[in-house]
Write a protein that binds this ligand. Sequence first.
Ligand code: ADP
Length: 219
Amino acid sequence: MKMKQFAVIGLGRFGSSLATELINEGLEVLGIDRDEEAVDEMADVLTHAIVADSTEEETLRSIGIRNFDCAIVAIGDDIQASIMTAILLKDMGVKMVVAKALSVLHGKVLERLGVDRVIYPERDMGIRVAHQLVNPNLLDYIELSKDYTIAELSVPKCLNGKTLKELDPRAKYGCSVVAINKKNGVIIAPTATDVLNERDVMVIIGTNEQIESFEEELV
Ligand code: ADP
């Protein structure tokens, strides 16, 4: 079943951005922060926003935190508060607990506590931006596993007007084009005769090495 009710604990830069995006997706979001100013700033955006200290068990209980589908611990700098909040949420039986980690060690502690998903926003964004800087055509990517990736690449000028048969990425690099996003619509599972145009977006799947060698040809 789709998750509908979220509690975002810590309305700093990461927490407030995440909470706003959940609201934009049409979901219900309770924002919690011990800092009144942070709560005031988000009060008009979120379904509810309250000033509270998430390390106080009684406070979390009175909010009815266990009835939320997902709680996100978006506290970073105060590692002690992050860890204490995560333990309380797990002990109270919140179904899905997500927590932001500032370091590998912080993340390991959160995992040991049974946090369902640990995220490393700064580390992951650093890696993502580095990939995009090295490969100017890379728009976005998803790591399917340690070895396999799906990547979105913008079609450079040198491929304008070429068919997939001419490009032949499967034979040359081992990766497959699974979709082409064009101005007038998306072609899913394109065939050999489909034509690429500059600024189309190709969605490709392959091993990291295959995708890297394909990208190198495009630069
Ligand atoms: P970011 O880097 O995303 O801005 P911060 O760690 O700077 O993250 O901000 C986290 C937010 O969490 C702050 O607004 C802070 O007031 C809040 N916070 C920290 N500890 C608690 C706590 N125990 N209860 C509620 N809110 C907290």
